[in-house]
Design a protein around this ligand. Structure first.
Ligand code: 16G
Length: 163
C-alpha cells in the first residue's frame, strides 16, 4: 500500500512482521481482526480489492494502513491506519488522523498497541503533518496520552451517525 521503508528500523517482537497492508491480506484475517473493533459487515473480495486499490492510489497519498503479521500462521494480529487529510490552511499543510487501531485478543498484553501507535506517530512526523489526532473511548485516554495526545482544551469532537 505504501513504501515499507517508511516504517523500517522499528523493533518488532520475535515471530511478528510489521509491514504495510497488502491486497492479499483479505485472506489473512484482516477483516476478522477489524471486527474486534467495530462492525465490518459483508465485504466481498472484489469490494476489498477495489477499496484497497483506491486507497493505495490516492494522490497526494492519504492512506497508510500498517499491519502486524504473525509469521507462524500468516494471520494479521494487529492493525492501525494513518489517514492524511490534505489542507489549504497552514501553508497547504496536512493533518494526520490515527484510525482503526486493533490488536487481536490472543496477542493482548504484548504491547503491540503501543508499537503500532509509536510507529504511526513517527510516520506522521516524517510525513510532516502539523497535527495528529484520534478519537477514542474515555477509558482509553490514559493509554493514548502515552503517545503525546492531549485533550484539546476548548475544542470538542462532534458527530452525526447515519445508520
Ligand atoms: C474508534 C477508533 C476509530 C474507529 C472507531 C469505530 C481508534 C484510535 N479509534 O474510535 O478509528 O473508526 O472506533 O467505531 O482506533 P464506530 O464503528 O463506532 O465508528
Amino acid at each position: 500500500m505504501f513504501d515499507s521503508d517508511l516504517i523500517s528500523g522499528v523493533d518488532v517482537p520475535e515471530g511478528l512482521i510489521l509491514r504495510p497492508l497488502a491486497a492479499s491480506d483479505y485472506d489473512h484475517g484482516f477483516l476478522k481482526l477489524l471486527s474486534q473493533l467495530t462492525s465490518v459487515g459483508e465485504v466481498s473480495r472484489e469490494k476489498f480489492t477495489e477499496r484497497f486499490n483506491s486507497m493505495k492510489n490516492t494522490n497526494p497519498k492519504a492512506y497508510y494502513v500498517v499491519v502486524l503479521e504473525e509469521k507462524s500462521t500468516n494471520q494479521i494480529v494487529g492493525a492501525a491506519t494513518l489517514v492524511i487529510e490534505w489542507k489549504f490552511i497552514h501553508e497547504a499543510s496536512s493533518r494526520g488522523r490515527v484510525e482503526d487501531v486493533v490488536v487481536d485478543e490472543s496477542q493482548r498484553g504484548k504491547k503491540l498497541g503501543q508499537l503500532l501507535n509509536v510507529v504511526l506517530v513517527q510516520l506522521a512526523k516524517k510525513l510532516g503533518v502539523y497535527k495528529l489526532s484520534l478519537e477514542c473511548k474515555d477509558k482509553l485516554i490514559p493509554f493514548y496520552s502515552k503517545f503525546g495526545y492531549k485533550l484539546d482544551d476548548g475544542n470538542n469532537f462532534l458527530v452525526q451517525r447515519f445508520d
